[in-house]
Write a protein that binds this ligand. Structure first.
Ligand code: NOJ
Length: 554
């Protein structure tokens, strides 16, 4: 099956996120690679996804898992070559799977040729003007220009030894680009074209809301912290109005291709209405909705998130995105098994990655977490919009909470020693089989150690169990594809059906989705044909048990 020609494919796609270094290792060096991805094509095909999104595979010092890009138009030699990239794209396209690559425009890696040139050039030079350099404060110019705290901890400013500092929102190895500089603007259009010309179907845009910055109001060493300013037009970096001019320019690039290239922005913005501005047809077209990462497993919270996002998508002409896991957050099978924090700010931290503070890992209810994860997954797959799945969730993987300090790689851990373990627990290489040095990931040891319990979750082990999470995902994705192709589903809107407290029920024409969020009460299923159930073995009775979901054709 080759690719269809539908330019709107992204609107309801099931997109599978590959974290390349941890997916499949073809050469035994412990690091996943592009030939590894190509070798797992039958698996992806059988899973039934419409597209894959590859996290960065570019040359990088790997100071932030590849989100520190040293060359935007090449492949890290540990991960492959451009030729292997082309082979992978061709092979994926041949089986009808589209390819989205990750673009990291807020910052480069500190090994990027332009950053090295900036360091080698004097203050005030054209080379430094591509990044954000400022003079230090104080008689010796030894104090940072402001006392802002970077996202990964520590100062946002790094001294370079000549009285100047450069700015980095994330790690010190990730210097921020100066998006006021036309050279930077032109360079990123060139990069987009480089990948679009190679047949890439879409782009995931990293920290899409942070490119436009205003340093004119630097609160110079006055004690103000970035985190206290809400994102929006008054924030110096996050979600300023000018950022949309950049994406209007990118849209011209996307639309110069047939079919137009798709894009989805990573936009952690406080106000959902402002987030929607990234998702207009004149902009990126789609923006990630991370609201379910911050919501508890709760009918009211789910319904509020669904309603708000469907309404926003209708206003912008976009389609919503549904995300339960990615490489930055605690895997949802774990999140749903942890005690739900009452305090919203702690909830935010749980949703992202910070709750598993060192030495304070809360007890996890494994069975409950997995049952809820299956139910929530079935629910989001039944919503209008596209669904983003993160590698390993289809195996039911949980967070690996107990990695030894010595093997942790995430700069979040290094920059906050002692209280934040970082995101490595969601990035442990996949188990493909129940034995072998890295459980089929490769012929050598994996770059992050896999725990023993991964054996039971190996793809080959699960493939043989009709009730496994893997076979549940396969059934759900196949049924979703059939349902979306039905004219009576396509012609029908989304409608809520009233249901008992603690449960939700909606329809899209004949397609009904019911989810029971409660811990104790069963929910009567309406008459109809049961298509998929999240419960192992399917509902034994005509009753939807606690923490399960089902699809019916009525
Ligand atoms: C968001 C990415 O998803 C995350 O992994 C990365 O650390 C930051 N952006 C910085 O690039």
């Amino acid at each position: 099956m080759a690719l269809d020609s539908n330019p709107d494919w992204w609107r309801d796609a099931a997109v599978y996120q590959i974290y390349p270094r941890s997916f499949a290792d073809s050469n035994g060096d412990g690091i996943g690679d592009l030939p590894g991805i190509t070798s797992r094509l039958p698996y992806l095909k059988r899973l039934g996804v419409d597209a894959v999104w590859l996290s960065p595979f570019y040359p990088s010092a790997l100071a932030d898992g590849g989100y520190d890009v040293d060359d935007y138009c090449d492949v890290d030699p540990r991960i492959g070559t451009l030729e292997q990239f082309d082979q992978m794209v061709r092979a994926l396209h041949q089986v009808g799977i589209r390819v989205i690559v990750d673009i990291v425009p807020n910052h480069s890696g500190s090994g990027h040729a332009w950053f090295r040139a900036a360091l080698a050039s004097p203050a005030g030079s054209a080379e430094r003007a591509r990044y954000i350099f400022r003079s230090g404060l104080g008689p010796e110019k030894s104090q940072p220009p402001s006392d802002w705290t970077a996202t990964f901890g520590g100062s946002t400013w790094e001294p370079v030894g000549d009285g100047e500092f450069y700015f980095h929102l994330f790690d010190r190895s990730q210097p921020d680009w100066n998006w006021d500089n036309p050279e930077v603007q032109a360079e990123f259009k060139r990069i987009l074209r480089f990948w679009a010309d190679r047949g890439v179907d879409g782009f995931r845009v990293d920290v899409a809301n942070a490119l436009a910055k205003d340093f004119s109001a630097d609160p110079l060493a006055d004690g103000e912290r970035l985190a206290e300013i809400p994102s929006g037009p008054d924030h110096p970096f996050y979600d300023r109005d000018e950022v949309h001019q950049i994406y209007a320019g990118w849209r011209e690039v996307f639309d110069s291709y047939d079919p137009p290239r798709a894009a989805v922005g990573e936009v952690w913005v406080d106000d959902p209405a402002r987030r929607a501005r990234y998702a207009t047809p004149a902009g990126l077209g789609q923006a990630f909705n991370f609201d379910l990462l911050l919501a508890g497993f709760d009918a009211d919270e789910f319904e509020a998130v669904i309603q708000a996002n469907l309404s926003l998508a209708a206003v912008t002409g976009s389609s919503s995105t549904w995300v339960l896991s990615n490489h930055d957050v605690i895997r949802h099978a774990s999140r749903y098994g942890l005690p739900d924090p009452a305090n919203p700010s702690q909830r935010r931290d749980t949703g992202r990655h910070w709750l598993l503070s060192k030495g304070q890992e809360p007890a996890e209810d494994v069975a409950l977490g997995l049952a809820r994860a299956r139910a929530a997954t079935l629910a989001v797959m039944a919503l209008p919009g596209s669904v983003y799945l993160y590698q390993g969730e289809e195996l039911g993987l949980r967070e690996v909470a107990d990695l030894p300090d010595a093997v942790r790689q995430d700069p979040v851990f290094r920059r906050s020693p002692g209280y934040d373990v970082g995101r490595d627990g969601a990035r442990v290489p996949l188990p493909w089989q129940g034995d072998g040095p890295s459980l089929g990931f490769g012929s050598g040891l994996a770059h992050l150690p896999q725990p023993d319990w991964f054996r039971d979750y190996a793809a080959a082990v699960e493939a043989d169990d009709p009730d496994s999470v893997l076979n549940f995902y396969r059934r759900a994705l196949a049924a979703r594809r059939d349902l979306l192709a039905r004219t009576d589903v396509a012609a029908s809107g989304f409608e809520w059906i009233s249901s008992p407290a603690g449960t939700s029920h909606w329809t899209r024409g004949p397609w009904h989705c019911l989810i029971n969020f409660t811990r104790l009460e069963g929910l009567d299923l309406p008459p109809g044909r049961l298509l998929v159930s999240s419960e192992r073995g399917g509902p034994a009775r005509e009753e939807l048990r606690p923490a399960t979901a089902a699809w019916l054709l009525v």
